[in-house]
Design a protein around this ligand. Structure first.
Ligand SMILES: [Cu+2]
Length: 132
């Protein structure tokens, strides 16, 4: 029976090829899904501590963006060498800054967008908080 022995391996090769093709498609799908999720900018909520100090009108660390996922708890600690007022725009959270004394604001970032954290007397931009 030469015909059956010839056909059987051809069929199993075809089956293996199909299996590999399906596996590749699934893998590509997973990769695309992961990339797409990253691309949409969804960031999982995570507690985040931000520490800033102001000395002689200089902000340390230098002003930058801090990106957090919606629902994150932000713990913002600011120390200023001069008395001032701390303000988180959008969330409208304020704290009195006493010279040399760290002040902490803790809030849940439940509104998406970009929010500036600044001081009112010194007119300093401290952080750009990006919630997404
Ligand atoms: Cu303000």
């Amino acid at each position: 029976m030469p015909t059956t022995t010839e056909v059987a391996p051809a069929r199993s090769r075809d089956a293996v090829f199909r299996l590999v093709a399906v596996a590749i498609l699934i893998a590509a799908g997973v990769v695309a899904w992961v990339l797409f999720r990253g691309g949409t900018g969804e960031t999982p909520p995570q507690d985040r501590s931000i520490t800033v100090s102001i000395t002689g009108g200089r902000v340390e660390p230098p002003v930058g963006r801090v990106e957090v996922g919606k629902g994150s708890t932000i713990r913002l600690t600011v120390t200023s060498d001069v008395p001032d007022e701390l303000h988180v725009h959008g969330y409208d959270r304020k704290a009195v800054l006493e010279a040399g004394r760290p002040a902490t604001l803790e809030f849940r970032a439940d509104t998406t967008g970009m929010f500036e954290v600044e001081t009112h007397s010194g007119h300093l931009l401290l952080v750009q908080l990006v919630v997404r």
